[in-house]
Design a protein around this ligand. Structure first.
Ligand SMILES: Cc1cc2nc3c(=O)[nH]c(=O)nc-3n(C[C@H](O)[C@H](O)[C@H](O)COP(=O)(O)OP(=O)(O)OC[C@H]3O[C@@H](n4cnc5c(N)ncnc54)[C@H](O)[C@@H]3O)c2cc1C
Length: 410
């Protein structure tokens, strides 16, 4: 374990951004401490979609074989069912080098990275350690205040990286201006048992003002039921039965299985937000992942952007951190400059999809939308199908690991 004194970089938050950043920095020879407020990674209904951009990173650092051994389901296309008619809308099969996305429990993915990180002497992951505030000196962030099982401690560091997610404590503490792009919906997540006779696809179902996405997790469906923004409290004031009925109406093959959903306690609400910081850094502090930009669940890209941020941060910072050089603001600015455009473009597309497709689908209470014929015709052509698949699978300006120490020895 690194001692507090020789640790230059403290990472707050052990989600995909924080654990990947910690792993890459430790492997680059940088002493790093990661603080995670929970005791383990076992939380259901977080991002579970690992996209080609992340598979590519895992391949570059030599972890793909181990990742492949995790329980997972590979998905090479996504479909939408409208009025009972299933239409493939995203087709990953034309992408290279990875032509699928993996549905893998996030805790397994994080456990893999954390276990691999433990192989490096500079990696120090501290569970049940919660950052509760920043220490500032002359306008610079100089450290972090931490609540640990042993009590409260203050630690000083050259760099604090906030990877503490969409409700970031450090973002609040640093008073960073944030722009909110709004969302018309929230999402209810729950599990429904899956029968062998159920469809194989991972798909969205749209009908008469209701919308649900079903992720095939082999022995169960991970269901994402879309509701108008802010309706969660009203829904939860009623029994869970109307939700079950609505699920059965949207997906008649779930009519019996959905009875397993007994109470609202089994339903987790994702309050959808799309927001972005104007500046992702201050002297001594960098924010990445959801802490810098909360993503809409559309496309399931949240984990993957967080990982891309972590790779960009490692590329920009590792050698200066390792060599004891000061971490100038220009270096932190470099990370934001590198990641801003990809984030902006994906968020803009998500906001368009939310406002045009999802709002529209939720507002139609009597009739169902239909696929425009031109859309169906265009989707027959591989290059057209490749465009949304590439945006979702690889995003824009894909990151590659550029720190030699992180690449396998040949
Ligand atoms: C219900 C739900 C479903 C989602 N579905 C998908 C999906 O299907 N696909 C997808 O790609 N994305 C999905 N997302 C989004 C995705 O989970 C996030 O975009 C992604 O995990 C962001 O990674 P991150 O590391 O930036 O933040 P997070 O994953 O939020 O990790 C932040 C970590 O910091 C810890 N933490 C928070 N505050 C503190 C503190 N003060 N001190 C110490 N630790 C702290 C948290 O416990 C957490 O482990 C979903 C999110 C939710 C909530």
């Amino acid at each position: 374990m690194s001692s507090i004194a020789d640790t230059r970089c403290w990472i707050v938050g052990g989600g995909p951004a924080g654990i990947m950043l910690g792993y890459l920095l430790a492997r680059s020879g940088v002493s790093v401490v990661i603080l995670e407020k929970h005791a383990d990674f076992l939380r259901d209904f977080r991002g579970d979609t690992v996209h080609p951009s992340t598979l590519q990173i895992l391949n570059e650092v030599g972890l793909l074989k181990k990742f492949d051994r995790l329980p997972q389901r590979k998905v090479d296309h996504l479909s939408v069912s409208i009025r009972g008619r299933l239409q493939q809308v995203i087709d990953f099969r034309g992408l290279k080098p990875f032509a699928y996305l993996s549905l893998v429990p996030q805790w397994d993915f994080l456990d893999l990275l954390a276990n691999e990180g433990q192989r490096y002497p500079h990696f120090d992951l501290r569970m049940r350690h919660e950052a509760i505030g920043l220490i500032e000196k002359e306008g610079c962030v100089a450290g972090v205040r931490v609540r640990s099982p042993e009590g409260e401690v203050s630690v000083l560091a050259d760099l604090i990286v906030a990877c503490d997610g969409r409700h970031s404590t450090l973002r609040e503490a640093a008073d960073m201006p944030r722009r909110d792009y709004g969302a018309p919906m929230d999402v209810l997540w729950f599990r429904v048992p899956r029968k062998h006779s159920d469809p194989e696809d991972t798909f969205a179902i749209v009908d008469s003002g209701h919308m649900m996405v079903l992720l095939n997790r082999t022995d169960y469906w991970q269901a994402a039921y879309v509701v108008p923004k802010g309706s969660d409290e009203t829904l939860r004031a009623q029994p869970v039965e109307p939700l079950r009925n609505s699920v059965a109406k949207l997906a008649p093959f779930l009519k019996n299985s959905v009875r397993a959903l007994a109470t609202w306690d089994e339903v987790k609400t994702l309050v959808v937000r799309v927001d972005r910081l104007e500046r992702w850094y201050r002297p001594g502090l960098l924010l990445i992942g959801d802490a810098a930009h909360a993503m809409s669940p559309i496309g399931g890209v949240g984990i993957n952007l967080a990982i891309q941020d972590a790779v960009a941060a490692t590329n920009a910072l590792a050698s200066n951190l390792r060599n004891g050089n000061p971490i100038q603001e220009t270096l932190l600015c470099e990370v934001q400059q590198r990641r801003l455009l990809p984030t902006k473009i994906i968020q803009a597309l998500q906001v368009q999809a939310q406002n045009r497709l999802i709002s529209n689908a939720l507002e139609r209470s009597g009739d169902s939308p239909e696929f425009p014929a031109i859309f169906r015709w265009l989707l027959r052509f591989r290059p057209v199908r490749n465009i949304p698949a590439r945006l979702i699978g690889y995003g824009i300006r894909c990151e590659h690991v550029r720190t030699n120490e992180c690449l396998p020895k040949t």
